[in-house]
Design a protein around this ligand. Structure first.
Ligand code: PLP
Length: 410
């Protein structure tokens, strides 16, 4: 006997992150901090091992009136001040001139989910990268949607051929394409596509859009930790060339941007050539929001608006310090990996560096790392090192140790 509907996904979540996070914490308690390398946690931690909660963000949050915290949001689509400031933040200086609409969501998760769930029918197929945030596949599965994966890399470059082949195949089959591009600062490899690569993607989906509609789900969860903030949004200029049959849904998240993971605030930014088609999508997102979470955390939206409006410089300065910290940590790992020959994916920026390792060897490697009290997270064909939470001193010498352990596993 079953209490839930027939096609519900009842397989338990395989939680590859939190189990290992707990193991690392237990090892630290047993053997002491110094004996353990804990590269598991995917949130920003400071050099003293504490979760970062930016002052510019939380001093502001604490000054928000209790009644604003208590209140429902002003609309299912999100508060107007929030929607406007998100649009300014994400596309304001990008050069993107498409028609746009912002739908507030609980985190980037909400935006990704709405796009997958509302743009594909049950039984259709979502295209995602072969190395990817695990939730895309969970969301698809939950909605009865299949998944096909394109290879992310050809050597150290974006694998355009695989991207095109998989997208073409899916378009031919179902006359519709929804494809996830998690860029810039891809989780978990730290790759960022060049503007030229984006140009080719747009050129190609435009061709496909003669067969059926195309939705690019551009997940930008880590964008604001780019090492080149001045031009990180310039790829969005390529969006201007899309045909009427292409829609872009940007999944924006306040979680990493503001170190406010628990406040659950984000947005879907819908971009298209024609206002009318953007409005149709906006309307269906609004209805789904109403049915799923009703409205988004009022004070989190208010806080975003106030921080980027009234505390902009203070916030940017504080965030810049953490970007610098990420750069220091990651460059130690990357430079040492290159020096000792530890194979890594082409890291440019972001929270994670990932070791290249076929799944056939990966589990043995991961176990061997655990034996040496090096805690990492398994990903498809790789081992993720969360430099976002690993202090500088722990980054030093890690690549050589890992390489030696990897060699011992072969
Ligand atoms: C690639 C990617 N996208 C989206 C998210 C969504 O985060 P949130 O729902 O907290 O905004 C995450 C969180 O880890 C992520 O890694």
């Amino acid at each position: 006997m079953s209490f839930i509907k027939e096609n519900a996904d009842v397989t338990p979540i395989v939680d590859t992150v939190f189990t290992i996070v707990r193991q690392a914490a237990a090892a630290k308690a047993e053997f002491g901090e110094d004996a353990v390398v804990d590269a598991t946690i995917g949130s920003l931690y400071d050099e003293s091992g504490k979760l970062v909660a930016m002052n510019s963000v939380f001093d502001n949050f604490n000054s928000i009136d209790n009644r604003i915290k208590a209140k429902y949001a002003g609309a299912f689509l999100g508060n107007e001040t929030y929607r406007k400031s998100v649009a300014d933040w994400v596309i304001g200086n990008s050069g993107c001139e498409l028609c746009s609409s912002v739908v507030a969501t609980p985190g980037g998760t909400g935006a990704v989910n709405l796009t997958i769930d509302l743009c594909l029918n049950e039984g259709q197929t979502l295209v995602i990268p072969n190395i990817a945030w695990g939730s895309y596949a969970i969301m698809a599965n939950n909605a009865g949607i299949n998944v096909k994966r394109y290879e992310m890399f050809d050597g150290d470059l974006f694998n355009m051929n695989s991207f095109m082949n998989v997208c073409q195949e899916v378009m031919n089959e179902q006359k519709k394409l929804v494809v996830v591009i998690n860029d810039p600062c891809h989780n978990p490899t730290g790759y960022s596509m060049t503007k030229e690569e984006w140009g080719k993607v747009i050129e190609f989906v435009n061709e496909l859009s003669e067969i059926g509609s195309v939705i690019i789900l551009n997940d930008i969860a880590y964008l604001d930790y780019s090492y080149d903030l001045g031009s990180v949004r310039s790829y969005m200029e390529c969006f201007n060339k899309v045909t009427n049959n292409v829609l872009i849904s940007i999944a924006f998240s306040c979680s990493k941007l503001m170190t406010s993971y628990g406040l659950r605030c984000g947005a879907a930014i819908l971009l298209g050539k024609e206002e009318a088609s953007v409005k149709v999508v906006e309307g269906s997102f609004e209805k789904a929001a109403r049915s799923l979470w009703s409205n988004v955390n009022n004070s989190a939206m208010e806080n975003f608006y106030e921080v980027v409006t009234n505390r902009h410089d203070e916030f940017m300065k504080e965030k810049a310090e953490y970007i610098e910290l990420l750069r220091r940590r990651s460059s130690i790992v990357v430079e040492e990996a290159n020096a000792c020959g530890l194979p890594i994916y082409p890291y440019k920026e972001g929270f994670f560096v990932t070791v290249r390792c076929d799944n056939a060897l990966r589990d043995k490697f991961h176990e061997a790392l655990l034996d040496e009290k090096i805690f990492t997270v398994k990903v498809n064909n790789g081992i993720r090192i969360a430099v976002c939470s690993l202090p500088v001193e722990k980054c030093k010498g890690l690549a050589a140790r890992m390489n030696q352990i990897l060699e011992g596993c072969k």
